[in-house]
Design a protein around this ligand. Structure first.
Ligand SMILES: [Fe+2]
Ligand SMILES: [Fe+2]
Length: 165
């Protein structure tokens, strides 16, 4: 922990750490949902879809890294067990029980939309009180917005392919 770094945060730091840990839970669940989704994907453009899902998985892991580092800087402890991911998550986990590409895309679009909302809240909350967390949350939110768009573009292409056949 950086004592001065923590002291300059103009809000309840323990509550902030809790919100960051909730986001951390979301990132790990999103990581696995994407990672295993890429493995099981079936249907049109499966290769393209799997590549995109795997790319997103890697980026969610990067977000987990950023969040854990910020939690430590603030004197908190990143969630230590996977059980806590389920207890703390905002956005939950949707198992890819139906591996059809369009279903996977739909599930992950829903996850991204939830993530965008969660980071939007964090951005609003920290804008003036904690510029360091604000910058990080904004950067992650920007990635989540890209993720949503990537997935929606793929879903659209699959739809077009079906219509034009
Ligand atoms: Fe993420
Ligand atoms: Fe994402």
């Amino acid at each position: 922990m950086g004592t001065k770094g923590r002291a300059i945060v103009g809000m309840d730091v323990d509550n902030l750490i809790k919100m960051l840990n909730k986001a951390l839970a979301d990132e790990w669940l999103a990581y696995y949902q994407y990672w295993v989704g890429a493995k099981v994907a079936k249907g049109p453009m499966r290769g393209t879809v799997a590549t995109e899902l795997l790319e997103h998985a890697t980026e969610e892991l990067g977000h987990a890294e950023l969040l854990a580092n910020r939690i430590l800087q603030l004197g908190g402890t990143p969630l230590l067990t996977p059980e806590d991911w389920y207890k703390m998550t905002n956005c939950g986990y949707e198992p890819p029980e139906d591996p059809y590409v369009e279903v996977l895309l739909e599930q992950n679009i829903k996850g991204e939309q939830c993530a965008i909302e969660a980071y939007q809240q964090l951005v609003e909350l920290t804008r003036d009180a904690d510029p360091v967390t604000y910058e990080m949350a904004l950067q992650i939110m920007t990635d989540e917005i890209e993720h949503e768009e990537d997935l929606q573009a793929l879903a659209e292409d699959i739809q077009l392919m079906k219509e034009r056949r």
